[in-house]
Design a binder for this molecule. Structure first.
Ligand code: CMP
Length: 432
């Protein structure tokens, strides 16, 4: 089962990591508190200790199992195998289960169990890097997890420096100390609880410094999260700002402004605002090809010409298809222009206009291609093509088109048939 089903395997291991995090968090919270207030006899803690301790012990065989079947599981780290695990994390896992406090009869040594938090931090990092889609929000949640633990430890430290107030209950003492820590960490600092010894003052200084760092980090993370949330929207807003600057500095006719605005809005709605070609450029060729095909797959499937073509063909074409948009009223090109590209219409509608009176000779719909005649026959454009709605198009350069036709005679024949059905045979075209 483990070998075959990667999804279930990941789900199981992620669930286990979650359980482990809960156990580590439980020890991280209770060990300092129980020692501080000398609490030993609550049976609830005894039971919970036993459960958390069993989880720590079970973690070792589970890890051995996990690393036996890990197949490129840790994409961001060197792949861990069972023997590598035994030389690395296993040592930490083992230290965390040895009851040093009981062996040496020094209760404070129980804190050694918190060493497991290093592994929790590592697992969190791996999880965050794997779940790229939500990595920002995940890092904020993890940050809150750590800051809550730090606040707790700092509150325990503050309490041990000041000593407990015997007139107050254990809960009241803790809450008061936590209140001081949180107000100090968040830089609110009401000043109603103040240090009254040099050590306390130094401690307060330390907490204040940690507070400023943590606060700055959180605000920075939140700001970057908000900023990265929708890159396409950011691009749209930047384009609008640029347009508004251009309009202020130079004279741009109202109608043209409106068309530009509409273009940006459409581009944003279709999620084209985010430039995918930037990603393709930075990748090695094979990855760039696969990504290119994956991004264009839906669009390519809508083009009947590409139906039933093999993978090799799709690779050769998809890599070179360039997305463009035409807004209503735009000419993709005009009659008599030099032919540089052939076009594939993914969505929208275009008119083919002929002659000086722009007679509509045909309406092109999603899945159609056009602009092939000029390339095929080495003549200027035989007609103008104008968008009547918003159109998503892919263009293919003349050089690539020629290459594809030479390599795939079947495609050439199909295109020729369509061309002849549009404008007749070669001699007729040459005459025109
Ligand atoms: P090209 O001549 O390169 O540029 C104009 C394009 O319009 C042309 O290629 C064909 O793709 C297309 N076209 C021309 N005439 C017709 C027609 N009668 N029906 C459909 N499409 C046409």
């Amino acid at each position: 089962m483990f070998k075959d089903n990667k999804f279930i395997k990941n789900l199981l291991f992620n669930s286990w990591n979650f359980v482990l995090t809960l156990a580590a968090s439980y020890f991280a919270i209770t060990i300092p508190v129980l020692l501080l207030f000398h609490i030993e006899s609550y049976s609830i803690f005894e039971n919970l200790n036993l459960i958390a301790y069993s989880i720590y012990i079970l973690d070792i065989p589970i890890n051995l199992l996990k690393y036996k079947y890990s197949e490129n599981e840790f994409v961001f780290e060197e792949k861990l195998t069972q023997s590598k695990y035994l030389k690395s994390w296993f040592i930490l896992d083992l230290i965390a289960v040895i009851p040093f406090g009981a062996i040496f009869a020094i209760p404070f040594l129980q804190h050694i169990r918190l060493i497991k938090l290093i592994k929790v931090a590592y697992l969190m990092r791996v999880f965050r890097q794997r779940e790229l889609q939500y990595s920002n929000i995940i890092s904020i949640i993890f940050f809150l997890f750590w800051i809550a633990h730090f606040a707790h430890w700092l509150a325990c430290g503050w309490l041990s420096l000041r000593g407990t107030d015997f007139n107050l209950s254990f809960i009241d003492n803790y809450v008061k100390s936590l209140y001081w820590t949180v107000t100090t960490i968040t830089t609110v600092g009401y000043g109603d609880i103040t240090p009254n010894s040099t050590w306390q003052t130094l401690y307060a200084l330390l907490v204040e410094i940690i507070g400023v760092g943590a606060y700055g980090y959180l605000i920075g993370k939140l700001a970057s999260h908000m900023n990265k949330r929708d890159p396409a929207k950011n691009m749209y807003l930047t384009n609008l700002e640029n347009l508004s600057t251009l309009v202020k500095l130079r004279k741009v006719p109202k109608q043209l402004q409106k068309r530009m605005h509409e273009y940006y809005a459409y581009s944003y709605r279709q999620k084209h605002g985010f430039d995918e070609s930037r990603f393709l450029e930075g990748l090695p060729e094979s990855l760039s090809m696969d990504l290119s095909i994956s991004l264009k797959k839906d669009a390519i499937e809508k083009i009947p010409l590409f139906e039933n073509q093999d993978e090799e063909f799709l690779v050769e074409v998809a890599m070179h298809l360039k997305p463009t948009i035409a807004t209503p009223g735009d000419y993709v090109f005009k009659e008599g222009d030099e032919g540089k590209n052939v076009y594939f219409l993914i969505s929208g509608e275009l008119e083919v206009l002929s002659g000086s009176d722009e007679k509509i000779v045909s309406i092109l719909k999603a899945g159609d291609f056009f602009g092939e005649i000029a390339l095929f026959r080495n003549v200027p454009r035989t007609a103008s093509v104008k968008a009547t709605t918003y159109c998503d198009l892919y263009s293919l350069s003349k050089a690539r088109f020629d290459y594809v036709l030479n390599k795939y005679p079947g495609i050439k024949q199909t295109i020729e048939k369509v061309t002849i059905s549009r404008v007749g045979n070669e001699s007729q075209i040459d005459k025109s």
